[in-house]
Design a protein around this ligand. Structure first.
Ligand code: MRU
Length: 350
């Protein structure tokens, strides 16, 4: 059974003290299967294979992966520090785009650097991972509150892309958290959810999550977005992010950039919602963000069934970069940045 928390939505990640349980997001909504991981390599594999996905959830899982690596070592194990550093490297290699992964691992590495013994490291690393997890939930709740300060009072429809809910985070969600907050405030009529090819995070996860919480959702093919925005019902497009650079450019699920172009053309507002753990001030612009490309079978097949010639060439970038100029607001737990750019980002994050 899925853990259904009234306030946070369907949380897909459970720390069990000596193991990490993940709801297998590849199988939703057809099957609800929990998998248990007891070491860092298992967690790195779960991130790479999309058992767990969504930038904040990836970061939190990786942090727990470091704890598991420490717990698996034995007292008196010479070279425990080097072994843990290697585990950090393996976790870092799991996926390239969401900076939350590297942010979380840096925090864990800083804790590791101050530990004198393996026993001390175990306790301190677990405390840090739990803190990262709790901070993410708190950030989501804060962003839900902040976003509403710049949105209309009268109920309106939103369109979203990919999945940014409890499944993608420690709980509640980023863009989907804002959607939850709008719904609870009586200011939302309907959510249009892009299906989000090729992984179908929108249809398999977002539509499922919203339906579970009784929030009115209409699923649409990605290619229907222009038509929907033209009809005038949608006032805001609300999406998450995998990395936000110093000039306010945003990497998010492939298709987000096109949606931002469409929103601007139709006079629809475009909001990005992400915790500060998604902000990478070390990169000057989105051109520098490593964009993950995944295997062509993800496009040639749908749920294992062929939908294209078996040997057709495929280009499968799974993220794109939306230029800051197309974004009306970036909402983080540190505040709302209107018309993001270099100066506004620096004022908030330097
Ligand atoms: O490939 P995924 O499913 O990990 O991609 C997820 C997204 O692009 C989300 O929009 C982003 O990580 C934000 S999740 C709160």
């Amino acid at each position: 059974m899925v853990t259904q928390d009234q306030d946070l939505g369907t949380v897909a990640l459970r720390w069990q003290g000596d193991s990490l349980a993940l709801l297998d997001q590849r199988l939703l909504p057809a099957e609800e299967v929990w998998l248990t991981y007891q070491d860092a390599d298992g967690v790195a594999g779960a991130i790479h294979d999309m058992v767990v996905r969504g930038a904040p959830a990836i970061g939190i899982s990786a942090a727990y992966g470091v704890v598991l690596a420490a717990q698996r070592l034995t007292a008196g194990d010479d070279g425990w520090r080097v072994k843990l550093e290697r585990a950090l490297d393996r976790l870092a290699a799991s996926r390239p785009t969401a900076v939350n992964l590297f942010w979380a691992l840096e925090r864990m590495n800083a804790v590791l650097a101050t530990a004198d013994t393996l026993g001390g490291a175990c306790g301190a690393l677990e405390a840090e991972a739990v803190l990262i997890h709790q901070e993410d939930i708190a950030a989501n709740l804060t962003m839900g509150r902040l976003a509403l300060t710049i949105m209309p009072e009268q109920p309106f429809a939103v369109l979203t892309h990919c999945n940014t809910g409890a499944l993608a985070t420690g709980g509640y969600g980023t863009a989907l958290g804002v959607i939850r907050s709008l719904w609870r405030a009586g200011r939302l009529t309907r959510v249009y959810a892009d299906e989000t090819r090729p992984w179908l995070q929108g249809s398999r996860l977002t539509a499922w999550e919203l339906a579970q919480d009784g929030i009115p959702v209409t699923l649409n093919a990605d290619s229907a977005a222009a038509h929907i925005l033209r009809q005038g019902e949608v006032q805001w497009v609300v999406v998450g992010a995998d990395r936000i650079t110093a000039n306010g450019d945003v990497a998010n699920k492939i298709g987000t950039y096109g949606l931002a172009v469409l929103a601007r053309h139709h006079g629809v507002k475009f909001m990005v919602v992400a915790p500060s753990s998604t902000v990478d001030m070390s990169l000057a612009s989105g051109n520098l963000i490593p964009i993950e490309e995944r295997d062509g079978t993800e496009v040639r097949q749908v749920q294992g069934r062929p939908v294209a010639p078996a040997d057709v060439a495929v280009f499968n970038p799974v993220f794109d970069v939306t230029p800051a100029a197309l974004i009306d607001a970036i909402v983080t737990e540190k505040g709302v940045i209107l018309n993001p750019g270099l100066e506004a980002m620096a004022a908030c994050f330097n």
